[in-house]
Design a protein around this ligand. Structure first.
Ligand code: ADP
Length: 627
């Protein structure tokens, strides 16, 4: 027998589990039974698709038994089973990316949120919520060795080859035995197990049998005889196959929880049956909270593919577009061959058309939600606005629909707006949709660039999400309205140029003075049409990449890291006393001090870093001490 240490992450997770992060212990049975069902799915697929498994006798079933006196509960399946390596990888480590940071976040929160860990899905380890010791006896299909894994959930587990001892063990499958805590002995009872299976696992597509003892009593109430009984306790029909009229909302919700390991109800479900040229059923769910790995490059796919009710894969990220990676559910096609291989899946015409129809359907439901339930839609947007924006960038075919779905912050108030609402509020002579991009909402809202827009009652969209910049520039326009960034030259066409002509003439010499003083620090100096209170602001040339984009490109390195840095255009406010003061002086130091301070304060307002802060302070102090 060999002792193995759990990976640190497993230990952390177990500590969290045992100290009852879950308010609802019942769900451990759902986790164990759905693992058993997955193991049966995997073997079923192999027997249908892989010659090597053709000979295997496959009697798919899940058997639950218990011992009231010993306080044990056992769940057995005739599925794929595990070998030594599988046990080490699956029940000693957590392979999922992002686990570490997720657990750190959980542990650092004073009151850990059980919903958070719920959507992470602790699976097998949840057995330790109710058991002080767990044993897994298992043999992988097609291999000779039987293994016994056991642990009390503290730091380590034992792994033993028990092939000799377990000569009669079934040819493949796993038996999970849980030694229940004293307080949790209720799970070693017939009524509780039946209740939980009905509640959580009724739709498991394989039969679940419960083994129990039935006593016969004599007249005096003594046990006369005991009979061993086995009873099937689930319906064992795939939920998605049933007619919609026979499925209750609770059934949909419970199925979702088994499918996703989420403890919360889904925000939305979409059940579709397609008949005609193509026959398939889809059942999609949107989790109430975004999956914790949504922003990890190797997120786990949430959609399972079935062919004629037979599970094929849960690891195909092509079933839906990447931006819909938060969607959970199943696709069950009647038109694909059962022995479909991965290569076939990759470029399959049938799947491609299911995919595009599904995307249309899902986006259509989002649009319905936006129309019919504003509050719910807002909670949807809170979680998924960002992936929808990714869709704007990547899903050209559905761009128009997605443009109606995304929401933006706005200078109008603190709510979120749709583009349709923005356009409806536009003054009749406004030609463009204005937006401002940057990293920080507060800075953006107080940007001097917005002054003239405010004064003219023109609403500006606040875009503080780092992908906004790329997304919006790739989209270009909404209906006939182009998007214009207010921090760029050219975004002032809604301001009348005539008004500025006179000032421009009068201040030409001042502009020249500033230009000379700043040299190659700026691309240009101009009299601004959009400032009213502030003396200066910076904008970027219409054709230059933005500062943010530049930063991102530099971070990406490579050839783009060497590109010349973008120079700002300084816009100055001709109506400001500082500018008027500049008109009447020829003192070169003074002109230079004022010019640099005008530029640097505009940069500071944008939360940009100054190239030479001490120079700025020196000049500022010189100006302040001037008599
Ligand atoms: P998840 O099911 O989310 O992957 P679990 O912690 O529940 O996470 O299980 C980890 C892994 O252990 C599973 O992915 C599976 O490979 C393996 N496993 C668990 N239970 C069984 C079982 N009854 N038969 C075969 N493999 C199993």
């Amino acid at each position: 027998m060999a002792k193995h240490q759990f990976q640190t992450e497993v230990n952390q997770l177990l500590t969290l589990i045992i100290h009852s992060l879950y308010s609802n212990k019942d769900i451990f049975l759902r986790e164990i039974v759905s693992n058993a069902s997955d193991a049966l799915d995997k073997l079923k697929f192999l027997t249908l698709s892989d010659e090597a498994y053709k000979e295997i006798e496959f009697d798919p079933r899940i058997d639950i038994s218990f011992d009231e006196k010993e306080k044990t509960l056992t769940v057995a399946d005739t599925g794929i089973g595990m070998d030594e390596k599988d046990l080490e990888n699956n029940l000693g480590t957590i392979a999922r990316s992002g686990t570490k940071s997720f657990l750190e976040k959980l542990s650092s929160e004073a009151k850990a949120d059980s919903n958070l860990i719920g959507q992470f899905g602790v699976g097998f380890y949840s057995a330790f919520m109710v058991a002080s010791k767990v044993e897994v006896l298992t043999r992988k299909a097609g291999t000779p060795d039987v293994w016994l894994w056991s642990s009390d959930g503290t730091n380590s587990y034992d792994l033993e080859n028990v092939t000799e001892k377990e000569k009669d063990f079934m040819p493949h499958g796993s038996v999970i035995k849980m030694y229940l805590n004293k307080d949790d002995s209720v799970y070693a009872s017939r009524w509780k197990i039946e209740e939980l299976i009905k509640l959580y696992s009724d739709h498991i597509t394989f039969p679940v049998y419960l083994h129990y003892e039935k006593n016969e009593y004599d007249d005096k109430g003594n046990v006369k005889s005991t009979e061993n009984k086995v009873e099937k306790i689930n319906t064992a029909t795939a939920l998605w196959q049933k007619p919609k009229s026979e499925i209750k909302p609770e059934d949909y919700k419970e199925f979702y929880k088994t499918l996703s390991h989420d403890t919360e109800d889904p925000l939305l479900y979409i059940h579709t049956k397609a008949e005609g040229t193509q026959e398939y059923i889809t059942l999609f769910y949107v989790p109430a909270k975004a999956p914790f790995d949504m922003y990890h490059a190797d997120y786990k796919s949430g959609v399972k593919l079935y062919v004629k009710r037979v599970f094929i894969t849960d690891d195909d990220k092509e079933l839906l577009p990447v931006y819909l990676r938060f969607v959970r559910g199943i696709i069950d096609s009647s038109d694909l061959p059962l022995n479909v291989s991965r290569e076939i899946l990759q470029q399959n015409r049938i799947l491609a058309s299911i995919k595009s129809a599904s995307v249309k359907k899902i986006l259509g439901e989002f649009a319905n939600l936006a129309k019919n339930d504003k509050d719910k839609y807002l909670s949807f947007i809170k979680e998924y606005n960002r992936p929808l924006k990714e869709g704007l960038y990547s899903d050209f075919a559905n761009r128009d629909t997605l443009l109606e779905l995304v929401r933006f912050k706005t200078t109008k108030d603190n709510s979120l707006t749709s583009l349709a609402e923005y356009v409806e509020r536009m003054p009749s002579d406004q030609k463009s949709i204005y937006y401002i991009t940057g990293e920080d909402e507060k800075t953006l809202r107080s940007s001097p660039l917005l002054e003239a827009y405010k004064a003219k009652n023109i609403e500006v969209l606040i875009m503080d999400d780092e992908i906004d910049e790329i997304v919006i520039s790739s989209v270009g326009n909404y209906k006939e309205y182009p998007f214009k960034a207010v921090n760029r030259s050219g975004a002032d066409e809604d301001f009348k140029p005539e008004e500025n002509k006179e000032k421009e003439e009068a201040f030409k010499p001042v502009v020249e003075k500033i230009k000379k003083a700043l040299g190659d620090k700026v691309k240009d100096v101009r009299i601004s049409k959009r400032l009213s209170d502030s003396p200066s602001c910076i904008v970027i040339d219409e054709n230059d990449p933005s500062f943010q984009m530049e930063k991102m490109m530099r971070a990406m390195g490579g050839g783009m890291g060497n590109m010349p840095s973008v120079k700002p255009i300084l816009e100055v406010n001709a109506s400001h006393p500082i500018l008027e003061g500049l008109q009447s002086t020829e003192d070169e130091t003074l002109i230079e001090d004022i010019s640099v301070v005008l530029l640097d304060q505009a940069l500071l307002m944008e939360k940009s870093e100054l190239e030479d802060p001490s120079d700025f302070v020196k000049r500022l102090n010189r100006l302040l001490s001037k008599k």
